[in-house]
Write a protein that binds this ligand. Structure first.
Ligand code: AMP
Ligand code: GLY
Length: 422
């Protein structure tokens, strides 16, 4: 089979490595991929947002199956376009991807179907939003409606901060059209859990749970990033919590999307907070999370392509999705200065014996050398019998990987390990 994977980060590297395990796969094209992905796939310089270019490539190269991984092409309708051209795909269509594409849509859906989430108000006029910010409880959370590279969420401790966030989104258009509408919501507290799931619109199968570390600095300080590391499973996702999530969140969401005429097929990501009142939805993503995927897929024992094709065919209920009982840690090595400004173009040295467990996020091949090209450069991924061993092993790997200007957090997994001891 000839496969196509849209995207070019660590998540896509993890997806491609897993897809390659299927013996019927002859070739995987990555659009655009990256210098590290080039060891596992044929990289083609078509941008992930060039959905016409992607569809044309798929037709010309007689692609048998396509996986659209990033949010932008999904929200733009890449899956609709590929399917129109007869290419079977993994990923939601445009109508379903709106669950991530519009936070106002997601909040209204949860309200209508009684799915637990933070209380909220939606605003399209700056004046009304500012007036609301004068009286709402503090802290409060201001969110840009649309996609904003994970940066459209501001937790405001004071009214001034809330008003500044509103002005930057609605007046200064910091996130372009994404900030024309905003959601202001109740601040919740509790441990966060990420649950990715496979769903064909009828059946939903949660994958192993995980924990992201979104802030740049140790102790969850500093700026929000795309994610500085992940562990799986997440110790806060107990069997009891899992049961409640299935009954109160996962199934109701799948049914709600179907009832709205927006049947969701693909990977639906539930960003959850385990509050004193039970699990609540912080966000939905219409895709695999990054860097959650880098710890979840290595624990998948079933064949990924088979599961994905079952999703596309609407036959997920007949397909086994099995995870190993092991633990995984992904430690992100970034360019120092990320998520603000950083230098790039430095050569990567990765020992051959661990290269297979390194998922490249931001590196380019130049004259045969792998050079850093992004903020998040790579994930060092270890799978072990216990979380302690997995965390230690990924730090050991990081100690053996070198590039100038490398930065990584020193406490990935620390909170999860502490929770396991309690
Ligand atoms: P998001 O970009 O939607 O993933 O949000 C980024 C982070 O903001 C989340 O991972 C949470 O830590 C935090 N956050 C979002 N919404 C809330 C909320 N209602 N209460 C508390 N924290 C929140
Ligand atoms: N790690 C969170 C995300 O992929 O949005």
């Amino acid at each position: 089979m000839k496969l196509l994977v849209v995207g070019g980060g660590g998540r896509e590297h993890a997806i491609i490595k897993k897809l390659r395990e299927n013996k019927s796969v002859e070739v995987i094209y990555a659009l655009p991929g990256n210098g590290g992905i080039a060891s596992d796939a044929v990289c083609v310089p078509v941008k992930a947002t060039d959905i016409e270019g992607i569809a044309d490539f798929a037709v010309e190269n007689k692609i048998d199956y396509a996986v659209v991984a990033p949010d932008d092409p999904l929200v733009m309708g890449a899956v609709d376009l590929l399917e129109e051209k007869g290419i079977p795909c993994f990923g939601p269509n445009k109508a379903a991807a709106v669950i991530e594409g519009s936070k106002a849509f997601a909040k209204d859906l949860m309200k209508k179907y009684g799915i637990p989430t933070a209380r909220y108000e939606t605003f399209s006029a700056l004046g009304e939003a500012l007036a609301y910010a004068e009286t709402c409880p503090l802290p409060t959370v201001v969110k840009a409606d649309g996609l904003a590279l994970g940066k459209g969420v501001i937790i405001a401790k004071t009214r001034e901060e809330a008003k500044e966030a509103l002005r930057s989104m609605m007046e200064d258009k910091k996130f372009g059209k994404s900030g024309e509408k905003v959601v202001i919501e109740e601040f919740l507290t509790g441990p966060e859990v990420s649950v990715l799931s496979f769903t064909d619109g009828e059946t939903v199968v949660p994958m192993v749970s995980s924990m992201d570390h979104k802030r740049a600095l140790d102790g969850d300080e500093g700026l929000n990033t795309g994610g500085m590391g992940t562990v799986a499973p997440n110790p806060y996702y107990t069997e009891e919590v899992a049961k409640r999530c299935m009954e109160e969140i996962f199934l109701p969401t799948i049914r709600a999307m179907k009832a709205e005429g927006r049947t969701f097929k693909g990977c639906l990501y539930f960003g959850l907070m385990i509050t004193a009142d039970g699990p609540k939805v912080i966000e939905y993503n219409c895709r695999f999370g990054d860097p959650e995927t880098q710890v979840v897929l290595p624990l998948l024992e079933s064949d990924l392509l088979t599961v994905m094709q079952a999703v596309t065919a609407g036959k997920l209920s007949e397909t086994e999705v099995r995870f190993s009982g092991k633990s995984a840690c992904c430690l992100i090595m970034a360019s120092d200065g990320y998520p603000l400004s950083y230098k790039k173009g430095f050569e990567l040295e990765i020992p051959a014996d661990i290269a297979d467990n390194v998922y490249i996020a931001g590196a380019a091949l130049t004259d045969g050398k792998l050079l850093t090209s992004g903020g998040r450069v790579l994930g060092a991924v270890a799978v072990r019998d216990s979380l302690r061993e997995a965390v230690d092993a990924s730090y050991e790997m990081a100690g053996r990987i070198h590039f100038a200007n490398a930065y990584y957090r020193k406490d990935i997994g620390a909170r999860a390990l502490k929770a396991l001891e309690e």
